[in-house]
Design a protein around this ligand. Structure first.
Ligand SMILES: Cc1cc2nc3c(=O)[nH]c(=O)nc-3n(C[C@H](O)[C@H](O)[C@H](O)COP(=O)(O)O)c2cc1C
Length: 315
């Protein structure tokens, strides 16, 4: 499955991931308050394409009544299920008692999930971390609370809030949750290839796993195929077109961070990076890419190149 990544996994990329074999996709987190007010920005975050199905809309918030209200509105948009964010480590989100802050309050986890489950017919799921910090890894209480509330599945990122994205995801804790839970548990954290995904599923007992950062600029992670450079270029062009369709002219600028990550592991493409991200013209981007394929038809991906970091704190 494709994990939600705010700022990267929007409707255009989720369609691409599905086509490459992601079994299910989730929107980035959307504020319950924003949903109730429904301004333009929120409406854009909530849009999805039929090709994304099965797709979940992810909601965050701190009040059961408001979360239930948001769930009812979201249900009207016709996603396949509704997910609650209980893992975002960003201070802005946690300070209001939303996201990972809920991991400190299993009763509130229950009350929010239960209010949503009662209000809608669609399945409600939750995405959690394993705790707030090392001293407060309260995942057992949290998982029981969510089950009692009637959630259909639980997505588990195997880090605490204090870890943010540092250290390693604790797959032993994920396996423990998979063994104790009465609902399906989807493991998440640090998966960087299809082979690793299959290994994690086998060793943790999770029926599915989610891939986040490993899928940025690399939708092939879902099939395990290693694309030739020409194929990467074709995918960039197609992605750009879907972005332009979805966002209008803004699509070019929003595509830059994706282009950088599609090509980062191809060392021989480094010299055109600047030109590509400076360009504001679809035809020019095509020309640069086509010239690169022509001059370097056998460019190889170098797996040892570190991916550029993504902005932190957006989860
Ligand atoms: C920039 C960024 C944005 C994220 N946005 C969300 C989000 O909106 N909702 C969510 O549940 N998780 C979000 N996450 C967390 C990922 O879904 C995932 O749990 C985490 O990155 C660990 O998985 P990975 O190692 O496969 O990336 C975000 C992570 C990053 C790095």
């Amino acid at each position: 499955m494709l994990a939600p990544i705010a700022g990267f996994f929007d409707s255009p990329y989720r369609r691409i991931a599905r086509r490459h074999g992601a079994g299910l996709v989730v929107t980035e987190l959307v504020s319950a308050e924003g949903i109730v007010r429904m301004n333009r920005k929120t409406a854009e975050l909530l849009r999805f394409h039929p090709e994304e199905r099965p797709v979940a809309i992810q909601v965050f918030g701190n009040r059961p009544d408001l979360m239930a209200e948001a769930a009812a509105i979201v249900e009207g948009l016709g996603p396949d299920f509704i997910d609650v964010n209980m893992g975002c480590p960003a201070r802005r989100i946690c300070n209001s008692g939303s996201g990972a802050a809920l991991l400190l309050d299993p009763v509130m986890m229950h009350d929010i999930a239960a209010a949503m489950v009662r209000r809608v017919k669609l399945p409600v799921t939750a995405k959690i971390r394993i705790g707030w910090d090392d001293e407060r890894r309260w995942y057992r209480d949290g998982v029981r609370a969510l089950e009692d509330a009637g959630v259909a599945a639980i997505f588990v990122h195997g880090r605490t809030r204090a870890q943010q994205y540092a250290g390693r995801a604790d797959w032993d804790a994920i396996a423990e949750i998979a063994a104790m839970a009465r609902v399906p548990v989807v493991g998440n954290g640090d998966i960087r290839s299809r082979a690793e995904a299959l290994e994690r599923m086998a060793s943790s007992g999770c029926p599915a796993v989610m891939i986040g950062r490993g899928a940025i600029g690399n939708p092939w992670i879902f099939s395990g195929r290693v694309p030739a450079f020409a194929e990467v270029v074709a995918q960039i062009k197609e992605h750009l077109d879907v972005m332009l369709d979805f966002y209008g002219d803004r699509g070019i600028v929003l595509m830059r961070k994706h282009i950088v990550r599609y090509i980062h592991a191809f060392r021989g493409a480094k010299h055109v990076r600047r030109d590509l991200v400076m360009s504001e013209d679809r035809a020019e981007i095509h020309r640069i890419l086509d010239a690169l394929v022509e001059s370097h038809p056998d460019l190889q991906r170098d797996e040892s190149v570190e991916a550029p970091p993504v902005e932190e704190g957006e989860e």
